[in-house]
Design a protein around this ligand. Sequence first.
Ligand SMILES: [Zn+2]
Length: 299
Amino acid sequence: MRWKNLRRSRNVEDRRGMSAGRGSSRGAGPRGTGMGRGVKVGGGGMLLLLLAGLFLGQDLTGLVSGGPGLTQTQSQSPRSGSNNLPANDDAAQFVSAIMATTEDVWTPLFQQAGKQYQPPKLVLFNDGVRSACGFTSSAAGPFYCPGDYQAYIDLDFFDELQRMGAGGDFAGAYVLAHEVGHHVQNLLGVSMSVQRRQRQVSKVESNALSVRAELQADCYAGVWAHHAHKQMQLLEPGDLEEGMNAAAQIGDDVLMKNAGRRVRPESFTHGSAKQRQEWLYIGLKTGDPNQCDTFNSNT
Ligand SMILES: [Zn+2]
């Protein structure tokens, strides 16, 4: 990816090195949808948790009352390198550049639909973090919390992606764009309506709704890549392959197989490798968010 000369986002908050205050948690926050979030396990269990939480993103139980505080975010961003993150911190600069591209892509797309895009903030953290969705351990992977309109990532996650065979800068950018996809869903009211429907149905049906929401976030990530490349010539040869490979590696069936578990489609929450690839591709190919209606599709 060609990202070094791109402008940086100012909507990145660096909370690395700060205590997440697990002990002082209010305890009133809604729990995440992730399996075993915040539970300390070792070895393979840790990897399993990470994989399970990978792309967990939208915390569908995490909608809480209270304003989004959108006025605090800024859509005007500085030029390359002029954010408040360490200039030699490549991973932090990378996510700041990618977040800026998501702002530059979604702002006009919302305008075309007669709406206004409010960019999310991305919070960098180590080990664990508190959000409107409660306490979340790094092991759960990057996530988006609809309750505070913010995405969260421990940058060590990029090393984990590498270890699980989903490395490459575009794979990392896809992770971020997927979380921003959940933000788009939140702004459009999709998150709220999915959560409402999930409360009324069985576990199996609730999982199926989760899959639809996750696949839509994948499709939105594809929409981002389409326009980011069009506007900024972001992609280099091999990037698309990296993205498609990452989408496959984090498919529920592949994760279950790799964890030595039986593949049970009814317990999928994010979609199969094939589905994730297909929806990422639909977004990539069309660049049209209206093509991302996963809720009315059997794909
Ligand atoms: Zn997600």
